[in-house]
Design a protein around this ligand. Structure first.
Ligand SMILES: Cc1cc2nc3c(=O)[nH]c(=O)nc-3n(C[C@H](O)[C@H](O)[C@H](O)COP(=O)(O)OP(=O)(O)OC[C@H]3O[C@@H](n4cnc5c(N)ncnc54)[C@H](O)[C@@H]3O)c2cc1C
Length: 401
């Protein structure tokens, strides 16, 4: 490991920018290298925007809008949020372009799109993130179809009296809170195979606090309770059913949602890049966030092995990689290595509840702090600004630039 780091620190030096000849002049001019960013989620939009002034940026993304999935559970409970969390890419880049396509094959230096078109790249940033079961993440590329799917799930959920949420991590906790805030009378069961909520890396007093708030709202917690069989209906389908835990507890519900299962999206890697794809699908990176074995291909956000899977972390990695690519392009400055983040999380339970932990603080985040940081506005404003949208969109999309 020490040898690898030593090798990387000493072999990867910023390179001078490519020199070419302009067609109309006899003076050499600096060509702008092409940076292809694959995926326009939290990592990709930040990286693309940060490099727009120094490179020809091509953002490859099959969706027609950035999806602020941090607020997707709020939009399930209240679909009037939908226009605020599907943000068109039109205002993101001043110089670069967004290609609405899926990358089908990515090798060092060459991106092949699903249409068969090819894009030669001086640098590639892999930012294809992860899939997660609906409604937490969208599996539909078109905004209209995605909105219709959420509205249909909202209608089914509205009609259900008993809701089963399988998975008591941050998504399950947050969804339970959203349902109870919108429909206090519904019976919500939050079930997990683990014996506590949230996950191992977070503080015990935070888990205790979240359990307490959920119980106060009347959410039934079934922990350490593996199911004998998966529910017989599809997630989000309105259809009464009963499931049984291994200890024999029966759970009757009208609808259920799967609240676990981050799956990295990296199946397009080919050639030398395929070697960096681990068995679990995550892409192995160096301390500079280059794909292992590569100088000019980087991987950031949920798809990379660098850190935990969070939007804030994806944004921080994007800034670091943009700085490293800028250094390589301009020949100015050294590459910066990435430091993983200490555990931190904000878990809303409805617009006014929840808790969280921050590094360096002995105290848990208060309800007020959680509401201020996320629960109330779901962090929408910072992304409308990043996407170059000047005013909040209404249901018809008015206010978009
Ligand atoms: C309900 C919920 C709430 C959350 N709340 C928070 C929170 O409060 N704070 C926080 O920090 N994190 C939160 N997260 C985690 C956060 O959403 C993820 O860490 C984040 O989405 C990772 O960003 P990303 O850009 O790496 O990937 P993604 O957001 O998954 O984006 C990847 C993009 O790549 C595109 N793509 C995929 N394959 C291809 C391809 N072959 N070619 C081109 N494009 C492709 C996809 O269409 C997508 O747009 C939450 C997650 C969920 C589900």
């Amino acid at each position: 490991m020490i040898c690898d780091e030593y090798y990387l620190l000493n072999s990867i030096r910023p390179q001078t920018a490519l020199t070419t000849w302009s067609s109309s002049m006899s003076d050499p001019v600096l060509a702008r290298p092409t940076v292809v960013v694959i995926g326009g989620g939290y990592a990709g939009v930040n990286a693309a925007k940060a490099l727009d002034d120094v490179a020809d940026v091509v953002l490859v993304e099959p969706k027609d809008a950035f999806v602020h999935n941090v607020a997707s559970l709020r939009a399930l409970a209240d679909p009037s949020w939908l226009p605020r969390i599907y943000l068109p890419y039109d205002g993101l880049l001043a110089n670069g372009r967004v290609v609405r396509e899926r990358a089908a094959k990515v090798e060092a230096g060459l991106v092949t799109l699903a249409s068969g078109a090819e894009i030669a790249a001086d640098y590639i940033v892999l930012a294809t993130g992860s899939a997660y079961p609906f409604p937490a993440k969208s599996d539909v590329d078109g905004t209209d179809a995605a909105h219709a799917k959420v509205r249909a799930a909202h209608a089914a959920l509205s009609a259900a009296q008993r809701v089963l949420l399988v998975g008591a991590g941050p998504v399950g906790i947050e969804l339970a809170g959203e349902i109870k805030a919108a429909w206090p009378g519904k019976h919500v069961t939050l079930l997990d195979v683990a014996d506590d909520v949230l996950g191992a890396r977070f503080r015990q007093d935070l888990k205790d606090e979240l359990r307490r708030q959920l119980t106060d709202l009347g959410v039934e917690l079934l922990l350490a309770s593996p199911l004998r069989e998966a529910p017989p209906t599809e997630p989000g389908e309105l259809q009464p059913f009963t499931v049984v835990t291994e200890s024999g507890t029966e759970v009757a519900a009208d609808i259920w949602f799967r609240c676990y299962g981050v799956a990295p999206v990296s199946d397009y890697l080919a050639g030398d890049l395929a070697a960096a794809r681990q068995a679990d699908g995550f892409v192995e990176v160096t301390p500079f966030l280059q794909v292992t074995g590569q100088d000019r291909v980087f991987a950031i956000g949920d798809v990379s092995t660098a850190d935990h899977k969070m939007a804030g972390i994806a944004g921080r990695q994007a800034q670091l990689v943009a700085g490293n690519i800028r250094a390589l392009i301009t020949g100015d400055g050294e590459l910066t290595s990435y430091q993983p983040s200490p555990p931190a999380i904000v878990v809303p339970i409805g617009p006014d509840g929840g808790s969280g932990q921050f590094p360096g603080s002995d105290d848990l985040a208060s309800r007020e702090r959680v509401a201020h940081a996320k629960g109330r506005d779901m962090m929408v404003d910072r992304f409308t600004e990043l996407l170059g949208i000047t005013a909040p969109a209404d249901e018809a999309g008015a206010g978009r630039r």
